[in-house]
Write a protein that binds this ligand. Structure first.
Ligand code: C2E
Ligand code: MG
Ligand code: MG
Ligand code: MG
Length: 291
């Protein structure tokens, strides 16, 4: 979320841009090496069944473990990767890594759907479907175990490309989700044409849920709309019990957010999921949440 400074913001902005441009340049050179040197990691955040509290799946979120700067968030380096033409390579790595990890979890007895985020550049890649199919085959993963999240604004950017990519992925059997829903401007008729299974309500609406009756009305309407179209609904960025309780009351299907778990490395996720299997693991949920 962009916060605007008033008054002298112009000079500040330019200074800031210089620093940023320099920063980007150095990060970009390092990012090229990062891929080759294995500094990219996927962390995983659970999506929970809102009625039972069970883990329904995880979302893979990209991190860069920089040798000096520490863990760098995707909002910082994905724009750089896009600008310097590295996003396809990174995107391909994410596809393969998520499938590889899924296979390891399955071998450890943990079966769940894994979601990856796709960029607009990946949607335009003519071999995207083939790449995903290859990764699924290589790691012996059923297509329906993989979910691809595409933000609403990306899906709206180029309708023809989106419909082609969604068509191919849907045919392959991969699940599709519309991410950050509510921030774009999809029309109802367009939404109907997308073979998506899941709709993720943007965090900004969830944030305001317990404070604003408007946000609550929007979330209520979005959930009803999604259900009418046969989509399941995920709320992202759930941080408080009050937000959770409202979402459960509004019949939201899945919940994701810091209230339950932050994104974590693969092994930590496995331990976390194992802990939840035991009765005491359910303690995160208030009794009212159980059906
Ligand atoms: P997103 O797909 O909407 O992912 C959700 C973001 O919200 C993640 O930020 C997650 O850590 C954060 N989040 C989850 N729960 C909470 C909460 O309760 N409170 C708050 N404040 N935040 C929460 P993250 O990991 O920094 O990722 C940011 C964005 O970067 C993602 O938004 C996604 O658009 C993009 N991204 C992440 N991984 C990839 C990737 O592999 N490829 C592409 N193309 N984009 C990615
Ligand atoms: Mg996402
Ligand atoms: Mg999102
Ligand atoms: Mg988001």
């Amino acid at each position: 979320a962009a916060k605007r400074a008033g008054g002298n913001s112009c000079a500040l902005f330019e200074q800031h841009m210089d620093a940023r441009a320099l920063e980007q340049l150095s990060l970009h050179t390092e990012l090229r090496q990062a891929i080759a040197q294995g500094q990219l990691e996927l962390h995983y955040q659970p999506k929970l069944d809102s009625r039972r509290g069970q883990i329904r799946g995880v979302e893979a979120l990209l991190r860069w473990r920089h040798p000096q700067r520490g863990l760098i968030a995707p909002d910082v380096f994905i724009p750089i990767a896009e600008r310097f033409g590295l996003i396809s390579e990174i995107g391909n790595w994410v596809i393969d890594e998520a499938c590889r990890q899924m296979q390891l979890w399955q071998q450890a007895g943990l079966r769940m759907r894994v979601a990856i985020n796709l960029s607009v550049h990946q949607l335009r890649q003519s071999d995207l479907v083939e790449r995903i199919a290859t990764a699924l085959r290589r790691h012996e993963i059923e297509a329906a175990q993989l979910l691809c999240e595409i933000t609403e604004s990306v899906a709206m950017e180029d309708v023809k490309t989106t419909l082609r990519a969604f068509g191919g992925l849907g045919e392959l059997g991969v699940y599709l989700a519309i991410d950050d829903f509510g921030t774009g401007y999809s029309s109802l008729s367009y939404l109907r044409r997308l073979p998506a299974r899941q709709l993720k309500i943007d965090r900004s609406f969830i944030n305001d849920l317990d404070l604003s009756s408007d946000a609550r009305a929007v979330v209520d309407a979005v959930i009803k709309l999604a259900h009418a179209l046969g989509l399941s609904v995920v709320a992202e960025g759930v941080e408080t019990p009050a937000q959770r309780d409202i979402l459960v009351a509004l019949d939201c299907d899945e919940l994701q957010g810091y209230l339950f778990a932050r994104p974590m490395p693969a092994q930590a996720l496995l331990d976390w999921a194992a802990g939840r299997d035991r009765p005491e693991g359910a303690a995160d949920f208030s009794p009212s949440v159980f059906a």
